[in-house]
Design a protein around this ligand. Structure first.
Ligand SMILES: *Cc1c(COP(=O)(O)O)cnc(C)c1O
Length: 437
C-alpha cells in the first residue's frame, strides 16, 4: 500500500545532506513554509488588520521566524528569552503579543518596554501591569476561559475548565472595568480552548464565543474592543488517514461569524489575530535519523541515532508521528517494529508496533510533522544532545540554521569550575581521534 504521507525530500537528497551534516538532524522545507504562509495570509485577507503572531515556542529558530516575518507575521512570546529573540530580530511593538501565564514581574516589564501587546492571563495581573507600566499601555488584551467543555464539532471538544489559562467571564469584566479606569483605551480578547484540532470547526466556534463577549463588553461597559485573537490550536494531520484542515474554509467561516455578530453591533473594524504555531510549521519539518541496530527479543526493535532528547512528543503525550523509511516509500509495510532511541528510559520510542517495510541497518528514517513543538521541546537527559536544524531552500540547496550541540554546550554551565578545563581537554582529545566528516 502506497503511503499518503510523503517526505518533502528524496533518499538521494537526504544522503547528500547527511554527508555534510551527520544524523540526526531536523530538516525544514522552505518552499512548504512559504506556500503555507501565503495560504494563511489569503485565508484571512478579508480582515484588513489581520495579523498572525507566530507562537515562538513552537520553533524558536531565527531564520524560520524571519521567513514568517516577511509575510507580515509578528510573534507570540511568553518568556524573557522569547522576547529577546523577537527584539534581536527587530520584531517589536504591537508585532509582539506577550501571552504569558504565571507571569514574572520583570518579564512583564520587559514586554511593556518593547511596546508589546500584553495579553493578561489573570485578573490579579491588572495590578502587576499597573506596577510595571505607568501610564498603562493604551491597548491591553484579556485571556478568556469560559470553563466547562468547549464543543465545536461532532463529539470533538476541549476542556477549558481543566485548563490553568485565562479568566472567567466575571473576571474579564472586572479586569476591563479596572483597566478602563486606569486609562486603557483599546482591548483585545484572546482564548485558546483546544489543542491540535483537526477539524475546520474550531476557529469559527471560538470566533463566535469571543465576538459575542466583545459585543457584551462594548454594550455593558462602553469598552472598545479592537482585536479578537483566536490564538493557536489549529491542528495538523499527524496520521495519514486524517483529513488536513482547510485554512481557506476556516477563514471563510470566521469571516461569516465576524459579519454576523460584529457588524450589527457596529464593530466592523475589529482586527483578527491568530497565534498559530503548529499549523504554521509542523508539516514542514522532518527529523532525519539513521538506523543503528536491529534487535529481536520479545519485540522487534529498530534502534536509531535520535532519541526523545531530539523529539519528546511521543514520550510525553504518546503522540503519533508518521515514519517513512527512505527509499522504501512504496514497499509494503509488512513488518511491525518498535522504533527506539538510546535513552535509558523504556518510553524513549518514536513508535510502538508500527507497520513499516523491512528495515535494514543504515536506512534513513524520516519522522514527519516535527516542524513545530519538535526541536524546541528537546532536552538533555542522559547527556544526549540536541541536533542541528537545517533549511532545505527553494533551490534545493541547504543552509545550517542551528548547529548541533556539542558535549561542551552540555557542560557550559560548569564553565566556572576547574573541571571545565579538563572537559575541554577531553573533548579536544576525542575530536582529534574522530574521523573528520
Ligand atoms: C502554544 C501557544 C500557541 C500555539 O499553539 P499551536 O497549537 O502550536 O498553534 C499560541 N498561543 C499561545 C498563548 C500558546 O501558548
Amino acid at each position: 500500500m502506497a503511503q499518503r504521507k510523503r517526505p518533502f525530500v528524496t533518499k538521494e537528497q537526504l544522503e547528500e545532506i547527511a554527508k555534510a551534516y551527520p544524523t540526526p538532524f531536523y530538516l525544514y522545507d522552505e518552499k512548504g513554509i512559504r506556500e503555507n504562509a501565503e495560504r494563511v495570509v489569503k485565508a484571512f485577507s478579508w480582515n484588513p488588520k489581520f495579523k498572525e503572531f507566530f507562537a515562538i515556542k513552537a520553533t524558536p529558530n531565527p531564520t524560520l521566524i524571519s521567513i514568517l516575518h516577511e509575510y507580515g507575521f509578528g510573534v507570540d512570546c511568553s518568556s524573557e528569552a522569547e522576547l529577546m529573540l523577537a527584539e534581536a530580530l527587530g520584531i517589536t511593538g504591537r508585532d509582539i503579543m506577550f501571552s504569558s501565564n504565571d507571569t514574572p514581574k520583570d518579564e512583564l516589564a520587559y514586554a511593556v518596554s518593547l511596546g508589546a501587546g500584553i495579553n493578561l492571563d489573570d485578573v490579579t495581573h491588572v495590578a502587576l501591569l499597573k506596577e510595571v507600566a505607568d501610564p498603562v499601555p493604551e491597548f491591553v488584551s484579556l485571556r478568556f476561559n469560559p470553563g466547562g467543555d468547549f464543543a465545536f464539532a461532532n463529539g470533538i471538544f476541549g476542556s477549558p475548565e481543566d485548563a490553568k489559562f485565562g479568566m472567567t467571564e466575571e473576571q474579564i469584566f472586572e479586569a476591563a472595568r479596572e483597566l478602563k479606569a486606569a486609562g486603557v483605551k483599546e482591548f483585545g480578547l484572546h482564548a485558546l480552548l483546544a489543542s491540535n484540532t483537526v477539524t475546520n470547526d474550531y476557529y469559527p466556534a471560538l470566533a463566535r464565543t469571543l465576538c459575542t463577549l466583545a459585543v457584551r463588553l462594548t454594550r455593558e461597559f462602553g469598552i472598545k474592543v479592537t482585536l479578537i485573537n483566536l490564538s493557536g490550536g489549529v491542528g495538523v494531520a499527524y496520521k495519514p488517514e486524517e483529513e488536513p484542515n482547510d485554512i481557506a474554509l476556516i477563514g471563510e467561516e470566521v469571516h461569516k461569524v465576524f459579519d454576523e455578530i460584529l457588524l450589527p453591533a457596529g464593530l466592523s473594524d475589529v482586527a483578527l489575530g491568530t497565534e498559530l504555531g503548529r499549523f504554521m510549521l509542523a508539516p514542514y519539518g522532518g527529523l532525519v535519523t539513521r538506523v543503528l541496530h536491529l534487535k529481536h527479543t520479545y519485540d522487534d526493535y529498530v534502534g536509531v541515532d535520535a532519541c526523545a532528547a531530539n523529539l519528546m512528543r511521543p514520550m510525553l503525550y504518546g503522540a503519533y508521528h508518521h515514519i517513512t523509511v527512505m527509499g522504501k516509500e512504496d514497499v509494503p509495510a509488512t513488518e511491525r517494529y518498535s522504533v527506539t532511541g538510546m535513552l535509558c528510559e523504556n518510553s524513549d520510542r518514536f513508535a510502538t508496533h508500527r507497520a513499516l517495510p523491512p528495515v535494514e541497518i543504515g536506512d534513513l528514517l524520516f519522522i514527519h510533522d516535527v516542524g513545530a513543538h519538535g526541536h524546541s521541546m528537546g532536552y538533555n537527559y542522559n547527556g544526549r544532545l540536541r541536533s542541528a536544524e537545517i533549511l532545505l531552500k527553494e533551490d534545493g540547496s541547504t543552509k545550517l540554521i542551528r548547529r548541533a550541540e556539542t558535549p561542551l554546550d552540555y557542560f557550559a554551565t560548569l564553565d566556572f569550575s576547574p573541571l571545565y578545563k579538563r572537559l575541554e581537554e577531553i573533548q579536544h582529545g576525542i575530536n582529534t581521534k574522530k574521523p573528520q566528516a
